[in-house]
Design a protein around this ligand. Sequence first.
Ligand SMILES: [Ca+2]
Ligand SMILES: [Ca+2]
Length: 273
Amino acid sequence: MKRTAVMVAIVMIVSMVGNAVPPSEIFEDGFEYGDTCDWDVTVPQPCTFCADANTAALWHFDGGAGQVVADSSGWGRHLSLGPTSAVETDDPAWSAGRFGGGLSFDSSTLQYATGTHNVTFASNQLTVELWVRPTGGSGTWGDGQIFTAGFINCQMVTSTGDNTVYVAVGDGSSWNGMVVDAGVVDLDDGSWHYLVMTYDGTTLAAYIDGELADSQPALITLAHPQDLKVGGRPQNDFLDGWMDEVRLSTIARPPGEIAANWSAAQSCEVRSD
Ligand SMILES: [Ca+2]
Ligand SMILES: [Ca+2]
């Protein structure tokens, strides 16, 4: 088959499946879409998250300048600093991150990053993973919204005053959440912390620094969000601190993968500038 015929066939196939698969491309982290995120503990892990078939969004926060927070999942779910692409007081600032660049957030000027994107959770499962170095927040007990999808698909909140993390999943009108005691982990000790929430259709679970911190039954049919927010939401609870590496997935990632990510990160350099 001639090359042109092959291209036509590819275009036809792509048009037939619509948005079922993201475009094939090499991402900035060197992974190609379709690579598995191989978390086998016998295999050296990358320092940053990779994009696989279950990745709905992946923000490395390595842009360093401008208003666009690039999505490396292949789905094009880019965010803007603040509510618009203009330079404004509610733009978080590019900064050092846990791996390369990150974003710093100041709750006094209501800073967050956001984007309007449809996400479908076909298997009624999700995972949110991120790295955060909180110093406080604008809400009661230093509450800072660190990730919110829709009102409400899911949310994560750090509370440095009582050293807890709140996680919740929702169907768009009601939600099921839990306050998770960080225990021996001191959230605002100046170190980066790896926070994960998973929902597998029956159980809501929270992991702090690679270990299961708490779980509870939850029977929610997940809403399909159209807006994604990092570091705060317009009505309340903005983060003070730094964030890096946010990955949203359409499956509940297993405990072994989460533990392997934490373990692998221990040998990855933390930028000091
Ligand atoms: Ca802006
Ligand atoms: Ca980064």
